[in-house]
Design a protein around this ligand. Structure first.
Ligand SMILES: Nc1ncnc2c1ncn2[C@@H]1O[C@H](COP(=O)(O)OP(=O)(O)OP(=O)(O)O)[C@@H](O)[C@H]1O
Ligand SMILES: [Mg+2]
Length: 581
């Protein structure tokens, strides 16, 4: 029986953006899932042992391979998906390079079993470090089952660079979710160490799949997107301003079912949210984009996650306008109201009360008042402002409810009220923590919290850090957690929201972050979310107190995220502007 796989002729192979595709277990998961989808499977099972370090197995019920194809599949540049150079400009499959299986096989011990539907038996191949050891006939279900054992067993240095089991598992899940999000008509299952972590039953509704992966909370905030113009089609969902994230993780974009991270598309989405979300907030957007295959080049990078468009402006325009349209259709929610109080209308008095610096919510007052301990003065001697000078200053007033202007001898000082307050709170919290003086409060009734799979994995890896700052949180069911104890400076009603924000902040830690970093991150998150926001009118006493804690103005002071807290406008500069000598 003639097979479907051919070795690409040398000139075609040379045109392929080949290179390293296997970086970690997650890359294997991605490549094997792509193969299963290309094989037309309606059910795909991903199974990992020890975060994939011990085993990665992907089973599908797709078209399988005939015996003749099996040894070819493990050879470089052997593919059934393209035949000639022109095909590179009309790629409709996820794979096309004939590189994935041989690359994975060369760094692992692989067992592949496969059977096409018109055959009564299948073929099994065992390969070690890319060398085929044995091919035999085998009884197996229709489809393909690839087992990848002991990744990098023959490259100990590479293996050493892999992260902890939990971290590798999170990377793998990330790829699993990205892929399964775009294929609702396929059933996907993810098993880790014998436990089913996610089962996504096939559905005709894209929204059902989105909900299964992103969770119930976001669903009510999503607007559908449907765009069709000049051969560009966009389908998907994008969030209303009532729901925003602190990072870009909620943005997933696909071209022909391929997850891509594209600068132009990202920019178009974010530009669509300009004046709707603040600059540090990001939407949830899931966009499935189709355009003629000839107008997009996917042969740009070995991992196929980057693309090049023939007419990038058209893509930008299409994405931007589809986002705008979705947002404009909901005028009442078309503006960002105030972070932390999303979607609610805010009473002026309520805000003032919650901000009153005397009774300012506990973080500030309870954390103690022995002043702000500025970080060491550093390298920046170029600044005219000398810390030791301790020149008296005067608070002039607030600008745009966001900056505080102070006048001191020979200089004006512009302070970012949020960044400054964040730094002050952070230092105080840290000192309290170091002194073992953070008190906790046991809740009479625990606060229940349902986490997404991603959040629960982040929590598992940072549980100790949560405990260290006073959160006792216990797992009480499938992704259900009970908050039993909280730090005393937090109010019970905000406990759930604070924990969620801290988990989000932790997800910034590049899915790694071990040791003392999570603890620091939690303190930063608490400080950030308790700090006074921009666009927030302050009373004079409040400004005086804030600036009092910042004084003496230390040039190396930044907020805990690294943004500047203030800048100086020297009188000399002012005189120069007015051409005064
Ligand atoms: N799960 C599968 N079911 C059926 N055929 C498969 C499966 N996995 C691989 N194959 C066959 O083996 C060939 C080689 O797979 P491989 O992943 O190495 O390359 P590719 O998918 O063609 O390109 P790429 O390197 O871009 O992934 C495929 O072209 C396909 O014909
Ligand atoms: Mg492939």
């Amino acid at each position: 029986m003639a097979g479907k796989i051919r070795i690409l002729p040398e000139p075609v192979a040379q045109k392929i953006a080949a290179g390293e595709v296997v970086e970690r277990p997650a890359s294997v998961v991605k490549e094997l899932m792509e193969n299963a989808i290309d094989a037309g499977a309606s059910e795909i099972i991903v199974e990992l042992k020890s975060g994939g370090l011990q085993l990665i197995r992907v089973t599908d019920n797709g078209e399988g391979m005939v015996p003749e194809d099996v040894p070819l599949a493990l050879q470089r540049f052997a593919t059934s998906k393209i035949r000639q150079a022109e095909d590179l400009f009309a790629i409709e499959t996820l794979g096309f390079r004939g590189e994935a299986l041989p690359s994975i096989a060369s760094v692992s011990q692989m067992v592949l079993k496969t059977r096409p539907s018109n055959s009564i038996s299948g073929t099994k191949v065992i390969s070690e470090g890319g060398e085929v050891k044995r091919i035999s006939e085998v009884g197996c279900p229709v489809g393909t089952d690839v087992e990848v054992h002991d990744l990098f067993y023959n490259f100990p240095v590479r293996r050493k660079f892999l992260k902890s089991i939990r971290t590798e598992l999170r990377y793998a899940l990330l790829h699993f979710h990205r892929m399964s999000l775009a294929y609702p008509s396929i059933t996907f299952k993810f098993i880790h160490d014998g436990r089913i972590l996610q089962e996504l039953i096939k559905t005709e509704s894209f929204l059902t799949r989105v909900e299964a992966i992103l969770g119930k909370e976001v669903i009510g905030h999503l607007k559908p997107i449907r765009h069709e113009e000049d051969e560009i089609q966009i389908e998907g969902f994008t969030s209303l301003p009532s729901f925003a994230k602190g990072n870009r993780d909620g943005i997933s974009t696909y071209i022909h079912g391929r997850y891509v991270k594209d600068r132009i598309i990202q920019k178009a989405i974010l530009d669509g949210y300009r004046h709707v979300l603040p600059a540090d907030k990001y939407p949830v957007s899931i966009l499935l984009i189709s355009l003629p295959p000839s107008s997009v080049d996917v042969n740009v990078h070995p991992t196929k996650a980057e693309v090049k468009f023939k007419e990038p402006e058209r893509i930008y325009q299409a994405v931007w306008s589809s986002i705008r349209r979705a947002l404009e259709e909901s005028p009442s929610e078309g503006r960002w109201i105030s972070p932390g109080k999303r979607g609610e209308s805010i009473q002026e008095g309520e805000l003032q009360a919650s901000l009153s610096f005397q009774g300012f919510r506990k973080p500030y007052s309870e954390v103690g008042d022995n002043g702000f301990n500025p970080p060491k003065v550093g390298e920046r001697e170029d600044l005219q402002w000398e810390v030791e000078k301790r020149t008296p200053y005067r608070v002039v007033g607030q600008l745009w409810a966001t900056y505080i202007l102070c006048e001191a001898e020979g200089t004006l000082i512009f302070v970012d009220q949020h960044a400054a307050h964040e730094r002050i709170l952070f230092e105080k919290l840290k000192r309290k923590y170091d002194d073992g003086a953070l008190t906790t409060e046991k809740l009479l009734l625990p606060v229940l919290l349902e986490l997404s799979l991603e959040e629960s994995l982040i929590f598992d890896s940072a549980e100790e850090a949560f405990k260290a700052i006073g959160f006792e949180i216990e797992s009480v069911g499938e992704r259900l957690y009970a908050i039993r104890t909280i730090p005393s400076f937090i109010e019970q009603k905000e406990a759930g929201e604070r924990v969620r924000e801290m988990l989000e902040e932790l997800s910034f830690l590049k899915r790694g972050g071990e040791g003392s970093i999570p603890l620091q991150t939690l303190l930063i998150s608490l400080a950030c979310h308790s700090a006074v926001r921009a666009n927030f009118p302050l009373r004079r006493e409040e400004m005086e107190e804030l600036i009092g804690n910042l004084y003496p103005f230390n040039p190396s002071t930044t907020c805990p995220h690294g943004r500047p807290v203030f800048f100086l406008l020297p009188l000399d500069e002012m005189n120069r502007q007015f051409k005064r000598n």
